[in-house]
Ligand binder design. Sequence first.
Ligand SMILES: *[C@@H]1O[C@H](CO)[C@@H](O)[C@H](O)[C@H]1NC(C)=O
Ligand SMILES: *[C@@H]1O[C@H](CO)[C@@H](O)[C@H](O)[C@H]1NC(C)=O
Length: 225
Amino acid sequence: MQLALSLPRHAGVCMLLLVSTLPLWEHVASKPTGPLSMEALYNRVVDHSHTTFVLAADIYREFDLKFFKRSWFTDRPLSLCHTAPIYTPETREQVHETKTEDLLRAIVNITHAWEEPLKHLLSAVPTLSGASDNMLKTAKAVKDRNHILLEGLETILNRTQVEYEDDAYPDWSGVSDLQSTDEETRLFTFFNLCRCLKRDTHKVDTFLKVLRCRVAYNNECIFYQ
Ligand SMILES: *[C@@H]1O[C@H](CO)[C@@H](O)[C@H](O)[C@H]1NC(C)=O
Ligand SMILES: *[C@@H]1O[C@H](CO)[C@@H](O)[C@H](O)[C@H]1NC(C)=O
């Protein structure tokens, strides 16, 4: 696992897919060497969030190349992402002014809110005629990684003793459109889903890098971002 985690960032996607997605959090902490340091925990979650974003961007890229239709811009209004109600800071300054626990809560909320939609995204890939096998593998990897990321985040939350209500997450209501018999509706729903996924995984990755910098490197980490 150590070896896998220290792979260069730009290792190819195939390589990333081969990397085991074994959970890395608590069982490591139970080793005689003692619990993982906060720095190590953050390094691991950032490895996961970064890869998840790269993979999500891959799905989006393939969809955009093969299925995107320009006419959607004029014919169909883009809907808001289902995670839009979760407040997140917009500018760099706002991010830096947000308390660690509030950022963590938002990140967990977003990651949780993707658990269900990612299952539907995965089942929808085979309905896209012409999608590559790679897209299916990538969708599976994103779903798995999102779940592992969530466990890592919960470990951090536990450590940080942030109080957290583990119940309310924004629902995604696109299931019936994603399974529609109308191809245009299906494609457009898939498009919105992977557009939002790319945006949210990027957001989560960015916030986690800020937090890692703040918590593990005392804000002195220009080179780590
Ligand atoms: C997630 O965000 C939504 C929208 O702001 C909020 O209603 C919900 O309580 C949040 N969930 C958690 C667990 O913080
Ligand atoms: C967080 O702490 C609670 C209570 O101590 C525990 O039940 C839960 O398994 C912990 N979760 C993680 C991911 O460590």
